[in-house]
Unconditional design. Structure first.
Length: 515
């Protein structure tokens, strides 16, 4: 993708120019850390009051982090407490989830499932299927981008239709519907939920839902993302059939000579793997049922507190299922011939986590600095005071929609869900709650999901934007980046409007967002 092709005029060019000037999130957090250190030296000793969940005032005083005793704290806590132990070890939880997903992904299971269920499906239902599977592919991180989108093009090519139709539908599901899913406790759920709990508790914000019930981090948005999956799949299918397909059907496309339409056929090895994976799924679910009704069943403590061991460990349960079906498919299909092959699949998945390790080191140390120094509470205090001065505490729906739109705008210029959540979550979770106590952590997290996902497909800053364009150029060699964004714009707008409406509906009707 050349600079000339990316240098479009108008809004796209503006986004690209601004985005190129924004440093990598790791660099941002390094500078934030340095800036926060210097700021505490200037503001050290400043006192202010905030109000806790019980309405009682809490007094804060900003610490000078360049004082000798605080420099000692920075070094003593940099590794074990502020990084590896941040949020009760959230980094370890994320890595464990990725091990199970890695086995299923590298076994070839996800591609085989797509090929199997799409064969013989009526053409009018294909967009619905592709958007739906695209949404579900978020459990496998990059697999949706690298496997589903090319396969969607191949599927439409085999039907004699413009392959870009299928690729657009798949792209919309994979990227614009990234935060929805039918499966609870996906890697994104873990990243969002566990960190949301840390952000809230760091400033004394109760980690409860609108009814005052304690939240389970990995499943606090599950009902909302469950509903979102069906709503977005339906909307994406409608946009494809009524808006995108009619336009693309009028455009020429080419089928590369080296392309083999039979590549979309399910091989005998994959059939064996799918049968084995099905058996593995049944057995693993039976094992989970045994745990949920046996040693991990709910119980009430002597003081009347309800404890839910199974829900509290749902992350390990989901990881277990992925390991079982991934190994079953890999062994039966011949992909895994020894235990070492399974180990290698986990290692490959961990290779992709290197960036997350570096990012979290600087990010978590920065957040630890904000919390310990009191600077984070002061930023929250200033922001909440400004919103209250505007009278927005009486309009929670406006607060909600405003947060979605601000985050969506930021998403056009800064890629990466994790880095944006680490940047915005510590500020907005306590800030919005202080403005209006109906803005609970699970609601703010759900709003962030909507904003982050819906605009992924129309920004040059999305890490797979160039790769998707390259995939599409196999069938339309002259396709420009601006044309690809124009193609995806109807999905982005439709998803944003409908998804906001769904979130506001959950909020207005008092429907729980999750478990």
């Amino acid at each position: 993708m050349s600079q000339t092709e990316l240098s479009q005029t108008g809004f796209i060019a503006f986004i690209e120019r601004v985005g190129k000037r924004i440093p990598d999130p790791i660099i941002i957090f390094i500078w934030f850390f340095i800036g926060a250190l210097l700021l505490t030296a200037v503001m050290g000793g400043i006192s202010f009051d905030t109000f806790g969940a019980d309405g009682d005032p809490t007094q804060w005083q900003i610490k000078n982090m360049l004082a000798a005793e605080n420099i000692v704290w920075l070094f003593d806590n940099a590794i074990l407490t502020n990084w590896l132990g941040f949020g009760g070890g959230v980094l370890g939880v994320i890595l464990i989830v990725m091990l199970g997903v890695g086995i299923a992904e590298h076994s070839g299971l996800f591609g085989a499932v797509l090929k199997k269920i799409s064969r013989g499906l009526p053409e009018k239902l294909l967009p619905l299927l592709l958007v739906f599977i695209g949404i579900m592919s978020s459990i496998a991180t990059d697999a949706g981008y690298l496997v589903l989108i090319p396969l969607a093009g191949l599927l439409y090519a085999g039907l004699g239709k413009n392959p870009l139709i299928g690729m657009a539908a798949a792209f919309a599901g994979v990227s614009a519907g990234f935060s929805a899913n039918l499966i609870p406790a996906t890697p994104i759920d873990v990243i969002m939920g566990v960190n949301a709990q840390v952000f809230a508790e760091a400033q004394g914000i109760p980690f409860v839902n609108a009814n005052g019930e304690p939240l389970t981090p990995a499943t606090m948005n599950y009902y909302f993302i469950l509903a979102s999956t069906f709503v977005l799949a339906t909307v994406g299918s409608w946009v494809t059939l009524k808006v995108v397909a009619p336009r693309l059907e009028q455009k020429d496309f080419v089928i590369p000579e080296e392309l083999k339409i039979t590549d979309f056929d399910v091989t005998p090895q994959e059939r064996r793997g799918l049968r084995a994976a099905g058996i593995g799924l049944v057995l693993s679910l039976l094992a989970l049922w045994g745990l949920a009704t046996g040693p991990l069943a709910d119980y009430t403590t002597a003081d009347g507190q309800l404890v839910k061991p199974f829900i509290n460990n749902v992350i390990l349960m989901i990881t277990f299922v992925f390991i079982v079906i991934g190994v079953a498919f890999g062994v039966a299909s011949g992909k895994f011939r020894s235990m070492m092959d399974v180990v290698q699949a986990m290692v490959k998945q961990m290779d992709t986590m290197g960036y997350i390790l570096v990012l979290t080191f600087f990010c978590y140390n920065f957040l630890g600095l904000l919390s310990y120094s009191g600077l984070g509470a002061y930023i929250t205090y200033l922001g909440a005071s400004s919103l209250i001065a505007l009278g927005l505490q009486s309009y929670p729906v406006l607060l909600l929609i405003g947060f979605v739109l601000v985050t969506a705008l930021i998403n056009l210029f800064v890629g990466g869900l994790t880095s944006k959540w680490m940047l915005l979550g510590p500020i907005f979770i306590p800030m919005l709650y202080m403005v209006n106590s109906e803005m609970t952590p699970d609601l703010v997290a759900a709003a962030f999901r909507v904003a982050d996902s819906a605009t992924n497909i129309i920004t040059p800053m999305m890490s797979y934007a160039g790769i998707i364009l390259a995939f599409m150029r196999k069938y339309s060699p002259q396709l420009t980046f601006g044309e690809m964004i124009a193609m995806m714009m109807p999905y982005s707008l439709a998803f944003m409007v409908v998804w906001i409406a769904l979130l506001v509906g959950f909020f207005a009707l008092g429907i729980p967002l999750g478990l």
